[in-house]
Design a protein around this ligand. Structure first.
Ligand code: RP5
Length: 173
């Protein structure tokens, strides 16, 4: 089995649908990853173990997703020097605002980079960009992926039929 370069940890199986949406991009770009479930509140020793072991297992970036009072990304970041990207998950009485604040408002010295609520695609892309800094081939694959996405935006202009569409040259620099 290929050594995973990105470790994705989530607080509960109920977070799986959020993660599933984002990891597709890692398959498309061709970057290895693994998925783990451990909870900062319910199974704290598993979280610490995963974070402590990650670097020596070959993981280069950790993505941590959790909802409610989302301690998971911060607890992971406290136990490793790897970059940690937090995904606050929507849900609960405050619909994710609690998770967003927990993930972003880390004390000085324990950094967690946060993406938006449920933004697993951006978390995966950010992790890929971090790794691409020292992996030229991955960097090329990322550029190709971005180019394809940009092309689909330009193609969507054909749907403006009936509206006064800006001409193609309006976009040129
Ligand atoms: C968090 O609490 C999890 O990350 C999840 O987003 C939320 C709810 O967990 P469950 O009650 O569905 O297990 O720890």
């Amino acid at each position: 089995m290929t050594t995973p370069r990105i470790g994705i940890i989530m607080g509960s199986a109920s977070d799986i649908p959020v993660i599933e949406k984002g990891v597709k991009v890692l398959d498309e770009i061709g970057i290895s990853y693994e998925v783990a479930i451990a909870s900062a509140h319910r199974t704290p020793l598993d979280v610490e173990g995963y974070a402590v072991n990650a670097a020596q297992r070959g993981i280069e970036v950790i993505i941590a997703a959790a909802g409610l009072s989302a301690a998971l990304p911060g607890v992971v970041a406290a136990a490793t020097n790897l970059p940690v990207i937090g995904i606050p998950v929507k849900g609960g009485a405050l619909d994710g605002l609690d998770a967003l604040l927990s993930v972003t408002q880390m004390p000085p010295g324990v950094p967690v980079g946060s993406v938006g609520l449920n933004a697993s695609l951006n978390a995966c892309l950010l992790a890929a960009r971090i790794i691409a800094v020292h992996d030229k081939e991955l960097s090329e694959r990322l550029k190709e992926w971005t180019k394809k996405k940009s092309a689909s935006v330009a193609e969507s202009r054909s749907k403006l039929a009936g509206l006064p569409a800006a001409p193609d040259e309006a976009y040129n620099i």
